[in-house]
Design a binder for this molecule. Structure first.
Ligand code: ADP
Ligand code: ASP
Ligand code: MG
Length: 451
């Protein structure tokens, strides 16, 4: 009896994701076609939308929700011009120019159709999904023109989230098996990052920056050899390069370290990217499309040396302090406080307690008023908005003394609202007002990294 499902690993070795800037210019799309063709073995190529497209689609969607039709139509026309120019430079032959033209016309007719109808949340998600659908279709036809064998693998056929917006990894894996079976004769499969179906089977997405998450979910689902995330920088840097002038790439990170950095604001990775890869021990390699020779960053189970590895910062944080004399010597108090946040499905990031008060931070203010109303029954409440969590990652509970001393010495001129240390062996979280973020990151860069 022949085996119906040969283990997937035999077919797919690599998952390779390219972000918006990596596909954002025709010459870059051509370059990644060469890059992928030069990689040995079978691979699933995950693409983002061309850079700027999702932002434009968000603006169009917002205008339509606000019934500002003219603004939406102007934005659609502007975006269409960009795509017209793009296909002119991407395809060489007349036949493929015509194919490109057909693709662009089809997508922009859809945008105008969506704009003409009743525009609701569902249409909004459908609109946002078109960025990845068009980029993959354009790329696939570029491969066709170059006679590079490839297939399109529609993400909406396998990528899904449940009613809590959580990806359904087992189902994704189950759905991928038979699809990949039918595509076993080609080495390059091209799929969309970011987009998925929700529990109502509607088109949805994995939140902004979600193509990284797609790559990791696929990598975990097929137990890939490696997940490669190609972007516009040479790997994870020790600090936020958008804010601090001198930053350096880090050669190695553990899954735990990378996970903390992604969650606490290192924009190079979607906050949840590492979770699926770590679950199945699939290494994640961060690479630079603009400089393929650069080593990049390897993220794996393997521990690496170095006390302070990197710093990230997450804005938009609200700190809530609950002060209550009832907390004194009482048990069960914290449970009651946490239950309030649980009821409103609001995750807590940092906690610090004293005998009579507890401070927590949240990054989702959607239900803040209701939460505060309920917390008032426990005692007096203080709220600070516009806060930033600075997350310092590394091998921080090592025997070496003075870890906190170095951090606080560096941060001496910055007022600190909260500190969390000891919860995980590789994280110190410090809460500061967002107005102090740049200063804090810069001081830590020189104090901890001599940069
Ligand atoms: P892509 O479009 O490829 O997904 P992103 O813009 O989402 O790329 O992520 C890459 C960007 O992340 C970099 O250009 C850089 O500005 C930013 N970034 C923020 N923090 C870090 C960090 N610690 N290391 C590297 N890049 C970072
Ligand atoms: N295109 C989506 C965004 O801009 C997803 C991604 O690029 O990762 O958020
Ligand atoms: Mg990104």
């Amino acid at each position: 009896m022949p085996c119906i499902f040969t283990p997937l690993k035999i077919f797919i070795m690599l998952v390779v994701k390219f972000g918006g800037t990596s596909v954002g210019k025709p010459e870059r799309m051509k370059k990644i076609a060469n890059l992928v063709t030069g990689m040995a073995g079978k691979k699933i190529v995950v693409l983002s939308a061309l850079s700027g497209t999702t932002n434009a689609l968000v603006r169009i969607g917002d205008s339509l929700l606000a019934t500002q039709q003219i603004a939406a139509h102007n934005e659609i026309a502007e975006l269409e011009k960009h795509y017209q120019q793009f296909i002119k430079e991407l395809y060489e032959s007349e036949a493929y120019q015509a194919i490109g033209q057909e693709i662009v016309s089809r997508y922009f007719s859809l945008f105008r159709l969506l704009a003409a109808g009743k525009f609701d949340d569902r249409s909004y998600h459908e609109l946002l999904a078109q960025g990845e659908l068009i980029s993959t279709e354009l790329f696939y036809h570029h491969l066709q023109e170059k006679k590079i064998p490839a297939r399109l693998l529609p993400a909406l056929h396998f990528m899904s989230i449940d009613e809590n917006q959580e990806p359904e990894l087992e189902k994704i894996s189950e759905r991928l098996k038979p699809i990949l079976e039918t595509m076993s004769n080609v080495d390059i499969l091209v799929t969309q990052g970011y987009i998925c179906r929700n529990h109502r089977n509607e088109i949805d997405n994995l939140k902004r920056g979600g193509s990284d998450y797609t790559a990791s979910l696929i990598g975990a689902a097929i137990r890939a050899e490696e997940i490669q995330i190609w972007t516009d920088i040479d790997g994870m840097h020790n600090n936020d390069p958008r804010i601090v002038k001198k930053t350096v790439p880090i050669a190695e990170l553990t899954f735990d370290e990378a996970s903390e950095l992604a969650y606490f604001g290192a924009k190079i990775l979607h906050p949840s990217t590492i979770v699926p890869a770590q679950k199945y021990h699939v290494p994640v390699l961060l690479k630079n499309t603009m400089d393929e020779k650069a080593k990049g960053t390897v993220i794996s189970d393997k521990g690496s040396r170095g006390q302070f590895k990197a710093i990230a910062a997450k804005d938009g944080i609200t700190a809530i302090k609950i002060k209550s004399s009832r907390m004194l010597l009482a048990y069960g108090f914290l449970r009651k406080v946490f239950e309030v946040f649980e009821r409103y499905k609001t995750p807590i990031d940092m906690i610090s307690t004293s005998e009579v008060a507890v401070s927590v931070t949240i990054d989702d203010n959607k239900n803040l008023n209701q939460i505060l109303e309920e917390l008032k029954s426990f005692g007096s409440i203080e709220v600070d908005t516009d806060q930033t969590i600075i997350c310092i990652v590394g091998n921080l509970l090592s025997e070496k003394e003075g870890v906190l001393k170095e951090v606080f010495q560096a941060l001496a001129p910055v007022p600190i609202r909260m500190v969390s240390y000891g919860g995980s062996p590789n994280n110190i979280s410090i809460l500061v007002g967002t107005a102090h973020k740049e200063k804090a990151l810069t001081l830590l860069n020189s104090g901890l990294f001599n940069l």
